[in-house]
Write a new protein. Structure first.
Length: 623
């Protein structure tokens, strides 16, 4: 796991070694085990190394092919690299290291971009072809590892993080107001935009090529999710047995490496099951949990601390367990550093992830995470139910779009963005939402089809946002985060798994009367132990039933109480300040009115307050 960066002057101007080093130094936290630079005329490639497989100098990057044609800067892990290596050896390739990096280099040299479909793992990479004078940038199927790129004038730059690009003295920073509106609509960015003008994030499952001589840029999708119902009737037992096999295979695949590994153990089913299997291979596996001081929390928040369940599973699996307890002040203490590493906010309140990674990094260099299980197997049933009762695609978009306005309504957003509304009034966030489905060509005839559409949407947006956050916050501490649920074989299985094996209560939801008087939210969309039913069946082989039958509980902090209690001074000091950076683009009266709704208990605005605090800290660098 590493950091990549590079610079190409399309006008032929030589790349400065000093500037290239500034770019790699900006992401030194991603690779504390070494750095490398390769420059040839107007092209410079940089790398920071976090050594995981083959810790010797043979894994040094940028790595050059044996015929000196290709130069690789690569960040990631390919778990099936040994199989690919064996195949390449039959084609006459020889290897001087035991790294997966060299396998990636030779695979790309032999198969070109077709090699990307062979990789089972996570990656962000850059390959320079000296003969053709072309640059290939590529990102893994699911977007676990990021690749950013930018072009200003004759300068093209790329990197694992935006700060590698902005480290160039000539780069001009300007806030992307359209992306800011997108973020405050969805608490996420669905397009390839970032909060900085000219910097884009290569979409997951894409590769791109740049021809240095002509400046021509082209982007290609090589893979996409395809959630759909199988053609034949499902035999539940066969599905359960196959999922069991694939899950064990995935966890064991991802235990490859020459450094010590651990696992997050939240107290939930996904991380618990991964820990159960990993602990069979690694005696006294190190596990990590973040809990919360709930002395001032509300009733509903008392379930946020899962340390007791995590400790019980640690005892069961005989792991070496470590815990951290977060208090109200921990968010404000870490916010400047967190925002610098995160670069721009994405989904959720991410500071607990920051502390979890910080804890794990003190003991291991690789940690296993349970991300992906919910999105693949329907772990948020109250979301998918909203798509079950639709009459058409446009009707579905209307319903689901309203649900994913996570922070506030369009009317309130227009008031918030009044100072810059003329600059962004042509941005239609419903169209942005709708465009997510542009390549998911399911025929929407049955309720299951609509739910598969929702699974697709959440994998493309919410899960992708989680991966961006997890990458930044783990690499902030020189820690590699692996996600066993995102094994290619397991994902392929999940996409073809019938909705009826994931959700139990679909028939009840379909009887929902839209004209029924009163709130339907409490009746149908409350906290539930529905969802991931087939996964629950499999996991009973590994973890206690009290865990597999538990109601869904995300990794969340009790900020709803803290923001109007112990953290209220920080909230007011930051967001009520007339000189706050956000008020260069947002209307202060509108923002304060929404914040006061939370403080007075009229509305739960915890996600909006977190977003405002995070964006304010980010804008310190942007404006």
């Amino acid at each position: 796991m590493c950091g990549i960066t590079g610079l190409i002057h399309l006008n032929g101007e030589p790349v400065s070694p000093v500037i290239l080093k500034k770019m790699t130094d900006a992401i030194a936290h991603r690779g504390p085990d070494g750095e490398g630079h390769w420059i040839e005329g107007n092209v410079g490639i940089g790398h920071r190394r976090l050594a995981i497989i083959d810790l010797s100098s043979a894994g040094h990057q940028p790595m050059i092919s044996s015929d000196y044609r290709y130069v690789l800067s690569y960040n990631g892990e390919i778990y099936n690299y040994r199989e690919i290596r064996s195949e390449l050896e039959t084609h006459g390739y020889w290897f001087r290291s035991q790294t997966d990096s060299e396998v990636v280099l030779n695979a790309l040299a032999h198969w070109g971009s077709d090699a990307l479909l062979k990789f089972n793992g996570m990656f962000g990479l850059a390959l320079w072809d000296r003969k053709e004078q072309t640059l290939l940038l590529a990102r893994d199927r699911y977007g676990i590892k990021p690749v950013y790129y930018a072009r200003q004038g004759h300068c093209f730059a790329f990197g694992s993080e935006q700060k590698a690009i902005t480290a160039q003295p000539a780069f001009k920073k300007e806030l992307n107001k359209k992306a800011l509106l997108e973020y405050f609509t969805f608490q996420n960015i669905f397009t390839d935009q970032t909060l900085l003008e000219d910097i884009c994030l290569l979409p997951a499952g894409y590769f791109a090529t740049l021809h240095a001589k002509t400046g021509q840029w082209s982007q290609h999708q090589y893979w996409d999710y395809r959630f759909r119902e199988p053609d034949c009737k499902a035999d539940k037992q066969e599905y359960v047995e196959e999922l069991d096999r694939l899950f064990r295979q995935s966890v064991n695949r991802q235990l490859v490496g020459d450094v010590e590994m651990g696992a997050y153990l939240s107290g939930g089913m996904d991380s618990g099951s991964i820990t159960a299997i990993a602990a069979q291979q690694i005696p006294y596996l190190k596990t990590f949990t973040c809990g919360f001081d709930l002395s001032s929390a509300s009733g509903i928040e008392l379930g946020f601390d899962e340390r007791t369940k995590a400790e019980a599973m640690s005892a069961l699996f005989k792991t070496e367990h470590y815990e951290m307890v977060l208090k109200a002040g921990d968010m404000e203490r870490c916010l400047p550093k967190l925002a610098w590493h995160l670069e721009e906010p994405r989904v959720g309140q991410s500071y607990p992830n920051f502390y979890a990674a910080k804890l794990a990094s003190k003991f291991v260099k690789v940690v296993l995470s349970g991300s992906g299980g919910d999105e693949l197997f329907g772990g948020y049933p109250w979301r998918y139910y909203r798509g079950a009762n639709c009459q058409s695609f446009e009707n579905y978009i209307d319903k689901y779009y309203l649900y994913w306005q996570r922070l506030t309504s369009n009317t309130q957003l227009k008031q918030m963005f009044a100072p810059i509304w003329d600059d962004i009034d042509q941005v239609w966030t419903r169209d942005i939402f709708r465009d997510v489905f542009a390549t998911h060509d399911n025929e929407l005839k049955r309720p299951e089809d609509y739910i598969n559409h929702s699974l697709y949407f959440e994998a493309k947006t919410f899960l992708h946002g989680l991966f961006v956050v997890e990458d930044k916050l783990s690499m902030a501490h020189g820690l590699e985060n692996r996600v066993p649920f995102m094994d290619n074989d397991l994902v392929n299985f999940a996409m073809q798994c019938p909705v009826g094996l994931k959700l139990n209560n679909l028939a009840e939801v379909l009887r929902l009367n839209e004209n029924e008087i009163g709130s339907k939210t409490d009746k149908y969309f409350q906290k539930t132990n529905d969802g991931k039913q087939i996964l629950r069946d499999v996991m009973t082989n590994y973890i206690p039933s009290i865990i597999t039958k538990a109601e869904k509980q995300g990794f969340s902090s009790p900020d709803a109480s803290w923001f109007k209690g112990e953290s209220i001074d920080f909230v007011k000091r930051t967001l009520f300040d007339k000189n706050a950076h956000i008020y260069r683009v947002l209307d202060r009266d509108s923002v304060i009115a929404l914040v006061n709704q939370h403080i007075t208990g009229q509305q739960n605005r915890r996600l909006l307050i977190w977003s405002l605090l995070n964006v304010e800290q980010c804008l310190v660098d942007y404006l």
